[in-house]
Each structure stands twice: as structure tokens, then as C-alpha cells.
Ligand binder design. Structure first.
Ligand code: PMP
Length: 441
């Protein structure tokens, strides 16, 4: 059963293992939005590989593509050599991007994690500009390697590692609910943009012009925080004015999750460098950069890795991306997201412990607070990680897998597969509402 496997792994696996601590199940089978554990219990999976499984588990489109590839004796491993599969994959990827971006873009295959692609993006921006600094945002998350951890806007993620990448300047993200400027609503985003402008424009700020600004259009690990479109446009204008490379990290938001194929499309902007991973491989490991041609300043071999160009991930990713586009899953994600947000907002009325319900598409967060009106010195409601964790645990007991994120891990995050049905959204919302009520009474 679950227990013996969990005990065995706890005895042998690194102390850094994370998810099994909060989600004590051993998964036997998985299909669609469901996973089944060793004891035969089935769960709704609203973590979905941390947003990787756009089509859910074992979607027939993905499984058939992998099977067909095996039957045709397509090579399983090729380094980054040329194959027809890779050609087809790149065709589909470029066709999926806004024309204004794709027309003059290059793709770079990375060793297949989000973090490696972010590493490559930062290296490329440094080479292209000859500058060394990077601006990143409070609450941002970009990976767990040395450089990407340096960009993490959470001390919790990097606290005990000495000597990370220097010259990272952290800026306030337009997180209106806990605005660092102590103001709410639109004022928060305006001040955030204003602050950035001032940092660059005033030599007395003491901060050198960076190579790049890296941001998530919706912060994921930071607690499902969407950036307002006006703010995104202003950051795009500023980076253009100052010749700063804008790196948009869509590792988690890409491929329909936010209700558009790419989250930057909400703002009608395009990045200089786009970072993609997670859903791009259709459940298998894959990551790429797509960047404007003029930034193609790499020397041959300047960012390499044995497992770039993983053929099976390309087969699965190609099938998955085709399906997402053909079935207009971004639009479906937008609809289901609104449905889930409406349910959560209804629960919020009369539940002061739910401080905020927010998100875009199927990237949704519920911020759990004390609920008695207590605030910190900036006037922000006190986070309630104990209650968030209790709600997560009770949802788990009742067959719903959710993850926590955000400041103090007090945000319950919903990242279901994009194929979630309307009935499944209701079932998920029912379990969550029951868990919240049970914990509060
Ligand atoms: N960027 C973002 C926005 C992410 O959400 C993640 C993973 N959660 C990463 C980068 C890192 O990706 P990986 O875990 O594949 O290294």
C-alpha cells in the first residue's frame, strides 16, 4: 500500500524531496484529471505536474503519438541532431506564436528543464548587451540552479546558500493585495512601474542598467498573481527605451493555461526572449528559448547539454500542442477558470479567512488570512499558513490534490489540466468549499 512505499522512500530519498511530504500518496495509475494511489483511492489532480499536464494524464493524443514514434523506429536519443520530428515540432511551435514574434525568431533547445532554459536566457542577454545585472521581482520563481535561484524573489527558496549570482536587483511586483508601497488597486502597479523608471533614470539610484529584466506574466510559485496588462505594457516600453532585454518566463503560464496560448498575449506585447518548458513536452521533459533573431549572438556550442532535443518529448509535445490549438483549449481554460473563480468568490463572501481569490484562466490562487482584520505594519492582512495547510490536508483526505504557494505558503493554488470539464470544476469546488467550512467550524 501507500504507507510502505512512502516509508521506504523517506528512508532512502534526499531530505530535499518536497511534494511527498505534503501529498503522502504513492501513485499507481493516472488518467485525465485523476490519479489513483496504491490503496485504490482516486484523487482530482489540480497540481498536474506543477502545471505541466495541460491535457491531463495519459491523454490518448499524447500516448498515441509516443506509440507511433516507437513503432516507426524513430531514434529515442539524438543529442541536438536534425530529425524530421524536430522539424515538425519547430513548425508547430512557430505557428503557435504571434506572427510578429515568430517571423523573426530563433528557437534554442535546452537541457530539458525550465531552470536550464532560464540559465540560457540570462547568459544570452548578458552576451547580447555586454552587461551583467538582472532585474527580477519580489515573489518570482525561475528554478533551482545557482543562477536561477539567485533570481528567486523568495528568501525561503535560497536562504542558506552563500554566494549566489551577484547583481540581481529585486523589484516590487504589482501584487496589489500585499502592495509593498502600501497602496491598493491600480496605484500599486503604477508605483511599481514608476519605481522601475526611477531606478533606471536617476543616476543617484546607484543601480546600473541591467542586461535583462525577467518576469512571470502570472507569478506561479509566488501565489498565482497576474500582472496587470497596463503594467506589462509599461515594462515593455521601459525595456525598449533602455535597451534592456525583456525575458518572459512562461514555463508555467505557457500553452493555454491563462486563457491565451501565451500569457504575454493578454497584454499584446512580445518578449525579447521567451522561456518555455513544462507543458511544451506534452508530459515529457523539454524546454526551449524562443528569441528575436537579433539576439542570436551565441557562438556555436555556447549553451549545450546532452539531452537537448529529446525526440520522445517532441513527439508528445507536438501532438499536445496541435491538440491544444485545434480544440481551442486556451478559450476553454478561460471559461472553466471563470467558472472556478465564480465558485471560489461565492465561498469568499462570508468567509473572511479567504482574503483574495485571483488568477487568470486555470491558474488560480486563494489567499488564506487570519480573517479577524488583523494586519501587519503595512496594513496587509496577516497570512495564515497554518489554515492554508490544514485546508490542503483536508482536501487531500477528501480526494483533491492542491498545492500551496505564495508569501508564507498561505495561498492555495489550483492548476488543473486544461481539459477539466464543467462538472469536474464543480466537484473540485465542492470538495474545497467543504474543506474550508470543516476547518473553520
Ligand atoms: N520558471 C517558472 C515560472 C516555474 O514555475 C518553474 C518551475 N516551477 C521554473 C521556471 C523552473 O522549471 P524547472 O522546475 O523545470 O527547472
Amino acid at each position: 500500500g501507500n504507507r510502505s512505499l512512502l516509508d521506504s522512500q523517506a528512508a532512502r530519498e534526499s531530505n530535499a524531496r518536497s511534494y511527498p511530504r505534503r501529498l503522502p500518496l504513492a501513485i499507481q495509475r493516472a488518467e485525465g484529471i485523476h490519479v489513483t494511489d496504491m490503496d485504490g483511492k482516486t484523487y482530482y489532480d489540480c497540481l498536474a505536474g506543477a502545471g505541466t499536464l495541460a491535457l491531463g494524464h495519459n491523454h490518448p493524443v499524447v500516448v498515441d503519438a509516443i506509440r507511433a514514434m516507437l513503432d516507426q523506429k524513430v531514434p529515442l536519443h539524438t543529442l541536438d541532431l536534425t530529425t524530421p520530428l524536430k522539424e515538425a515540432f519547430v513548425d508547430e511551435l512557430f505557428a503557435s506564436l504571434p506572427a510578429a514574434f515568430a517571423e523573426q525568431a530563433r528557437v534554442h533547445f535546452c537541457a530539458p528543464t525550465g531552470a536550464d532554459a532560464v540559465e540560457a536566457a540570462v547568459k544570452l542577454a548578458k552576451i547580447a548587451t555586454g552587461r551583467s545585472g538582472v532585474f527580477s521581482f519580489h515573489g518570482g520563481y525561475h528554478g533551482s540552479t545557482h543562477a536561477t535561484m539567485s533570481l528567486s524573489g523568495s528568501l525561503h527558496q535560497k536562504s542558506d546558500i552563500p554566494g549566489l549570482m551577484p547583481e540581481v536587483q529585486f523589484l516590487p511586483y504589482p501584487y496589489a493585495y500585499r502592495c509593498p508601497f502600501g497602496v491598493g488597486g491600480e496605484q500599486c502597479q503604477q508605483l511599481s512601474a514608476h519605481y522601475l523608471r526611477n531606478l533606471l533614470g536617476d543616476p543617484e539610484s546607484g543601480v546600473r542598467r541591467p542586461a535583462a529584466i525577467i518576469l512571470e506574466v502570472v507569478q506561479g510559485e509566488g501565489g498565482a498573481i497576474p500582472a496587470p496588462v497596463e503594467w506589462l505594457r509599461e515594462v515593455r516600453r521601459i525595456t525598449e527605451e533602455y535597451g534592456i532585454v525583456l525575458i518572459i518566463d512562461e514555463v508555467q503560464t505557457g500553452f493555454g493555461r491563462t486563457g491565451k496560448l501565451y500569457a504575454f498575449e493578454h497584454a499584446g506585447i512580445v518578449p525579447d526572449i521567451l522561456v518555455l518548458s513544462k507543458a511544451i513536452g506534452g508530459s515529457l521533459p523539454l524546454s526551449v528559448l524562443v528569441y528575436r533573431e537579433r539576439f542570436d549572438v551565441w557562438k556555436p556550442g555556447a549553451h549545450i547539454g546532452t539531452f537537448r532535443g529529446n525526440q520522445m518529448a517532441m513527439a508528445a509535445g507536438l501532438a499536445s500542442l496541435r491538440h491544444i490549438r485545434r480544440e481551442n483549449l486556451p478559450e476553454q481554460a478561460a471559461q472553466r477558470g471563470r467558472q472556478l473563480m465564480d465558485r471560489l468568490a461565492a465561498l469568499q463572501r462570508g468567509t473572511p479567512e479567504i482574503g483574495e481569490v485571483r488568477g487568470r484562466g486555470l491558474m488560480i490562487g486563494v489567499e488564506i488570512v487570519d480573517g479577524d482584520g488583523a494586519t501587519d505594519t503595512l496594513g496587509h492582512p496577516l497570512a495564515n499558513p497554518a489554515l492554508a495547510s490544514a485546508i490542503q490536508r483536508r482536501c487531500f483526505q477528501n480526494g483533491l490534490i492542491l498545492e500551496l504557494g505564495g508569501r508564507h505558503s498561505s495561498v492555495v493554488r489550483f492548476l488543473p489540466p486544461l481539459i477539466i470539464s464543467a462538472a469536474e470544476v464543480d466537484a473540485v469546488a465542492d470538495i474545497f468549499a467543504a474543506a474550508v467550512r470543516a476547518e473553520l467550524h
